[in-house]
Ligand binder design. Structure first.
Ligand code: AMP
Ligand code: MG
Length: 489
């Protein structure tokens, strides 16, 4: 089989990357392969032992893939608010861009295949746990319709990776519309100035948003489009209780895809200040701070794009500032639209904000399970009067009354059961709950992938009640210690 490569970044963007060579894995074995995604990409997956062994060699980096032009992207980034001028792909190697049968273009990247020019003191490797975690969570996000990088495969390298202890090594094959980040713009703005920033903007527009090429100021239009995509993304994350955990500017993709599944987690017992990452000591990236960080990150993108915007039209500098000021209201509109759908409402009304604020107040006061609550609200509409008992019971009385009145105010004729069904189509029943993920990874690390595979199959089908999935919709037992996540795959 040949990969339908067409490596535009390699060809057109010299100076924006460093060539890279993967390390040869001692004994590569496929642990997971995403047949559905392979098919979308026009790739024929493994179908017997020989092809599985071939795929394992390709996707561990042990054997070069014909037509690939392996490279590591250069990028910078603000990490926890501090600018690091030199990051880059330290543990990721792009194999190339695949042109799918439908004409779309996808980066295929190996994460954990060894050192590159940007590795600094790192080993360029990844341990099996974080790799399987990224596969599971990113595929769950895709199943919930949230823009994300995807996972094509996990290959065990047969080697060991030293972290706080030694772990089996693995390589994740990540698929993305592209890996261009805010940090990519920051790198070239900081080191090389306007011509490079303009070239990168031009390439990004051609690749992702070709309709912007003929606008009056394309780099400015690019900024606006990325703001729209990122505002939608953060609104979508928050609608499923997702905490990204490391919204550094090097982890914010121009395509609007979720990228970097290091320390992410889902809120269960709701708290706006929920933080899971062990290194986020001041809660910079807490659940409820994500909209402010979105705004801050968009200001950093604006700064990096400014030389290119200015070179098209110096008068647009003021427009750029005004555009960044619109981030909170753009986010708010998308967030409220999501909440309306989650609550079975179809039209915007004047006092919706109070209804939403009230919902989150009760949820937090009761420590209600975020995911379960929205399914319970649909059950309430179906006539299950006890549906809210596990979520605070009587504490919901006033809010329930307001919600009910609000539902009635919308062309009252629409059947509540129809609304409940619509809610269940946007409110997941199954998410990768933190304690389930940890349990599955513990077993996987010990060599047994069954639990991981079962959890993956369940979260790939998030909305419908599944047989044999009892308990998978429940939050962690109250006696569990607080959940902690770690950076670094
Ligand atoms: P991340 O936390 O994934 O956003 O990574 C931040 C930076 O650290 C990026 O430049 C990574 O390429 C680099 N990095 C993280 N882990 C490693 C590693 N094990 N080896 C080399 N570079 C790494
Ligand atoms: Mg990263």
């Amino acid at each position: 089989m040949r990969f339908p490569f067409d490596n535009s970044f390699f060809k057109e963007m010299q100076g924006f990357y460093a060539p890279a060579v993967a390390e040869i894995a001692p004994n590569p074995q496929i642990l997971a392969f995403n047949d559905a995604l392979a098919q979308q990409l026009g790739l024929e997956g493994p179908h017997d032992d020989a092809s599985a062994a071939q795929w394992a060699r390709w996707l561990s980096g042990a054997e070069a893939v014909e037509g690939s032009d392996p490279l590591a992207f250069a990028y910078a980034g603000h990490q926890f608010g501090h600018f690091s001028p030199q990051l880059g792909d330290g543990r990721a190697i792009l194999l190339g861009e695949v042109l799918a049968p439908n004409g779309s273009r996808w980066d295929v990247q190996l994460k954990g295949a060894g050192r590159t020019e940007f590795s600094r003191s790192g080993d360029g490797k990844a341990a099996i746990g974080p790799v399987l975690r990224e596969y599971l969570v990113s595929e769950a996000m895709a199943a919930m319709g949230i823009a994300t990088t995807r996972a094509l495969a996990v290959v065990a390298t047969g080697g060991r990776v030293q972290r706080e202890k030694a772990h089996p090594g693995a390589v994740l094959t990540r698929v993305a519309a592209s890996h261009i980040r805010i940090g990519t713009f920051q790198y070239f703005a900081a080191h090389h100035g306007e011509p490079y920033v303009s070239q990168l903007a031009h390439y990004s527009i051609k690749r992702h948003y070709p309709d912007l090429a003929t606008t009056a100021n394309p780099p400015l239009a690019l900024l606006e489009r990325v703001i729209e995509r990122q505002a939608q993304l953060v609104a979508d994350w928050m609608a499923v209780g997702f905490v990204h955990g490391v919204m550094n500017t090097d982890n914010v993709a121009i395509s609007g895809e979720t990228i970097d599944y290091g320390p992410c987690a889902f809120v269960d017992h709701f708290k706006a200040g929920a933080v899971f990452s062990s290194i986020d000591r001041h809660g910079r990236y807490a659940y409820g701070r994500q909209p402010q960080i979105l705004h801050w990150n968009m200001a950093r993108l604006a700064e990096a794009l400014l030389p290119a915007i200015h070179s098209v039209n110096p008068d647009d500098v003021e427009t750029t500032k005004a555009l960044v000021d619109t981030v909170p209201s753009r986010f708010r509109a998308k967030w409220e639209a999501n909440l309306r759908a989650k609550l079975g409402l179809s039209e915007a009304q004047d006092h919706d904000r109070e209804l939403f604020d009230g919902l989150f107040e009760v949820m937090e006061a009761q420590g209600a399970d975020f995911t379960g609550l929205f399914r319970a609200l649909a059950q309430l509409l179906r006539g299950d009067v006890d549906a809210l008992v596990p979520f605070g019971g009587d504490a919901w009385d006033i809010w329930r009354y307001q919600w009910s009145a609000r539902l009635q105010s919308e062309c009252g004729a629409v059947d509540l059961a129809v609304r409940a069904d619509a809610m269940d189509r946007v409110n997941p029943l199954y998410i990768p709950r933190n304690h389930l993920v940890e349990g599955a990874l513990e077993q996987a690390e010990a060599g047994d992938l069954h639990q991981w595979q079962k959890l993956l199959a369940i979260v790939q089908n998030p909305y419908r009640l599944q047989a044999d999935a009892e308990g998978y919709d429940q939050p962690a037992p109250a006696e569990n210690p607080p959940y902690r996540t770690f950076c670094g795959t």
